[in-house]
Design a binder for this molecule. Structure first.
Ligand code: AMP
Length: 183
């Protein structure tokens, strides 16, 4: 069963690749960023709480995100597998996910999409999302380095990490992913 986490800095192409792969394998693509943007648009309780963090490029507090992910992973469509995109982003979120998944956590594989910083910044500026202003981009990259990058070693030490060069044409990245995800 495919249970995958897409790790990598903002602008690495996680969303695009995760979506393509999820469609191809007919499993849900679970993007915490997309769920938050939906909640903010709907002005739900969660959306209102998350807004100021997202706007500043900060991480939304773990508890809010963890509740959201727990709820999503309890839905029946996830029984056939899933791709998580943008979660976990902190070591404590990763520990939470371990507990949530219990016996199946060892079967999770983590894709690390590697892209140089200067390429990331160009891509994010070209994307033009509301949180893609130069100042917020800088902060999101800093937050990634401080809080998310430690997950690379966390998962590497557990032999769950697969690294892929994200600095290629979209189709080439997809091709490389297909090669490393042999399960
Ligand atoms: P993304 O679409 O993955 O780039 O996420 C957009 C924004 O949503 C991030 O900059 C964070 O503010 C927030 N966010 C998404 N996923 C998480 C997460 N796992 N933990 C904390 N904040 C998150």
């Amino acid at each position: 069963m495919t249970r995958l986490i897409f790790l990598g800095p903002p602008g690495a192409g996680k969303g695009t690749q995760a979506q393509t792969l999820a469609q191809y394998r007919n499993i849900p693509h679970i993007s915490t960023g997309d769920i938050l943007r939906g909640a903010m648009q709907a002005q739900s309780h969660l959306g209102i709480k998350a807004q100021s963090y997202v706007d500043r490029g900060e991480l939304v507090p773990d508890q809010l995100i963890q509740d959201m992910v727990e709820d999503r992973l309890s839905q029946p469509d996830t029984k056939v597998g899933w791709i998580l995109d943008g979660f976990p982003r902190t070591v404590s979120q990763a520990r939470f996910l371990d507990d949530l998944l219990q016996f199946v956590q060892h079967s999770v594989r983590v894709i690390n999409l590697e892209v140089p910083d200067e390429v990331l910044i160009d891509r994010l500026l070209a994307r033009g999302r509301q949180d893609d202003t130069p100042e917020v981009i800088r902060r999101r990259l800093e937050v990634y380095r401080e809080q998310t990058e430690p997950l690379i070693n966390f998962y590497r030490d557990r032999h769950q990490l697969l690294s892929v060069n994200g600095n290629q044409l979209l189709s080439e990245v997809t091709g490389e992913l297909e090669k490393v995800i042999t399960f």
